[in-house]
Ligand binder design. Structure first.
Ligand SMILES: [Zn+2]
Length: 102
């Protein structure tokens, strides 16, 4: 089935505003419920939340693994790699930490 891409509703904009708080877990519970309800119906926002969650997870993981890497460098790195590439191949050049080869 091919559904035409829905235009971003005002609800989407409102949600995207609160998403970082939502992912952080600092958003009010009632608002979280609203977001989750919306996510159940909106693929666009679901993708955004998923990406955001992965970003947060990666940042936290890297923070533990490499506490010396400045956060703005990390952000730029993610931006440059567009996150997905980073997830697929962990072989960043110049990165001489243990690289698991399979
Ligand atoms: Zn939406």
């Amino acid at each position: 089935m091919s559904t035409s891409t829905p235009l971003p509703s005002s609800q989407c904009r409102y949600l995207l505003d609160s998403l970082s708080e939502y992912v952080d877990g600092t958003l009010q519970e009632s608002l979280c419920l609203e977001i989750e309800r919306h996510l159940a119906e909106c693929d666009n926002c679901r993708v955004v939340v998923d990406t955001l969650r992965r970003t947060v997870y990666l940042v936290q993981t890297l923070e533990q693994a490499q506490p010396t890497l400045p956060s703005d460098v990390r952000v730029r790195l993610f931006h440059k790699l567009q996150l997905d590439e980073f997830l697929e191949g962990d072989t960043v050049e110049g990165h001489n930490a243990e690289i698991a080869e399979r």
